[in-house]
Design a protein around this ligand. Structure first.
Ligand code: IMP
Length: 432
């Protein structure tokens, strides 16, 4: 087995970046398959913090980074991020980064649409306002611009004109300023020579890499509960976040996906609006936010915090094809007297083992909790299972039992090596 897909198993911000970073050291390639610069992946390496949004996490380790066709690429944001990485001493070149020629472009107009759509909504979604949703709308609406179009000025002008014809009718209808073709076209043509050297057939590179026995980590962005099909629609992102997205979003065969690792915190957070049955709005939520430093990487927004919803996690494991879990931030719970974990719901007098489909029913559903004992001895920095306090180990085993898949990895602090490896997700005995 040569590949691993890393999927967020909650609402994002589970600490996927550092898990991918840990796996990247044991792999050759890191490939992004969904989302765009709405994602925020934080890595701490040798005390240095790297905040990534669009670049695959492996670039920090000098691994080949791939941005698949399923990613929404904002060319300005990509170049700015490459610049930020270079300022931190990380070289990003066409030898270390390839971007799918068929990836959808995110344009300035998409940011304007994102903001205007949020303004029109009676209940805003709380998007990141990066224009990701509108860019995907244009993709499925078959009027999107793609990376390869940057190399064809005439085609680019035609496609842009079509795109503006479509969107400007809407802008005018709302009494908003329409977008002019020429400045947008010139802006894209100016970016093109800096983007095109990175463009290539990512699917083909992956196919050759597989034939050569090279290992790939597929880095999912956002998470199962933000998936456009499986999340709490419409409070979701606009892409396929689950493992199946790795196939559609890079061109790798589903049969070659390998092990699917779901990343979940031992508690829960959510950014933006939408149902969150185990949310703790009071002091407990604040304590988790403060101890877990739960503020958005890119937007700085405070995250909503609550207990782990293992019933939703179990559901996510099934639909996302998750084989095993990485449990993160167990150290945040150090010193808690008791820890609650949601195992199901009570809805209209009935017991459910999964979340109801309708949003109204989700809001009525009352979580049923199983209580675990807390621990006093700190877990921060613990790197082997036998050094975990017995109660922390009981929580890990309890989550395995409730969710029905094994825990491969537990993280105990912000450093990449604050990691307990129970089983190497690449399927090989862990060599240390
Ligand atoms: P969008 O992806 O910007 O359209 O936002 C849609 C929803 O997904 C909002 O609730 C965002 O807060 C959420 N979201 C998008 N990206 C992330 C992420 O990387 N982490 C956590 N939440 C995210």
């Amino acid at each position: 087995m040569s590949n691993v897909v890393v999927v967020g198993a909650q609402w994002g911000d589970e600490g996927k970046g550092r898990i991918v970073d840990w796996l990247a050291e044991r792999a050759d390639i890191v490939a992004r398959y969904n989302g765009g610069h709405n994602a925020g992946h934080t890595l701490v390496v040798d005390g240095k913090t790297y905040k990534l949004a669009l670049l695959p996490s492996g670039v920090v380790r000098g691994k080949l980074g791939l941005i698949g066709n399923g990613v929404a690429v904002d060319p300005e944001a990509l170049l700015a991020e490459i610049g930020r990485m270079q300022a931190l001493g990380v070289e990003v070149t066409p030898q270390t980064l390839r971007v799918a020629e068929t990836a959808t472009l995110v344009l300035p107009i998409h940011r304007a649409i994102d903001a205007a759509q949020e303004g029109l909504r009676a209940k805003p979604i709380g998007t990141t306002l990066r224009g990701i949703g509108p860019a995907y709308e244009d993709k499925v609406g078959r009027r999107g611009l793609r990376v390869c179009d940057l190399g064809e000025p005439e085609l680019l002008a035609d496609k842009l004109e079509q795109l503006l014809r479509h969107h400007n009718a809407w802008f005018r209808g709302l009494g908003l300023e329409p977008f002019a073709l020429e400045p947008m076209l010139q802006g894209l043509l100016a970016l093109a020579p800096r983007i095109l050297p990175f463009a290539g057939p990512v699917w083909h590179l992956l196919d050759r890499a597989h034939a050569d026995g090279r290992r790939t980590v597929f880095e999912g962005s956002q998470a199962v509960m933000l998936d456009v099909d499986w999340g709490s629609y419409p409070f979701v992102t606009s892409s396929t976040t689950i493992a199946a997205g790795a196939a559609t979003g890079t061109g790798v065969s589903p049969a070659r996906i390998g092990r699917v690792l779901g990343v979940s915190k031992v508690y829960a957070t959510r950014v933006g609006e939408g149902p969150f049955p185990t949310e703790q709005a009071g002091g407990l939520g604040e304590l988790l936010r403060e101890r877990g430093r739960e503020f958005g990487v890119n937007t700085g927004r405070p995250r909503r915090c609550g207990w782990l919803d293992a019933a939703l996690l179990r559901q996510g494991v099934k639909v996302a094809g998750i084989d095993a879990l990485a449990l993160t931030k167990i150290d945040v719970l150090d010193g808690f007297e008791a820890i609650d974990v949601c195992v199901g719901y009570e809805l209209d007098g009935q017991r459910l083992d999964h979340a109801p489909a309708s949003l109204a029913a989700q809001r009525r559903a009352v979580p049923v909790y199983r209580r675990f004992a807390g621990w006093e001895q700190p877990t921060q920095g613990v790197r082997s299972l036998d050094r975990l306090p017995a109660q922390a180990l009981a929580l890990v085993r309890g989550i395995e039992e409730i969710v029905g898949v094994p825990v491969d990895i537990v993280t105990t602090g912000p450093e990449r090596d604050d990691t307990i490896v129970i089983r190497d997700p690449f399927g090989h005995p862990f060599a240390g």
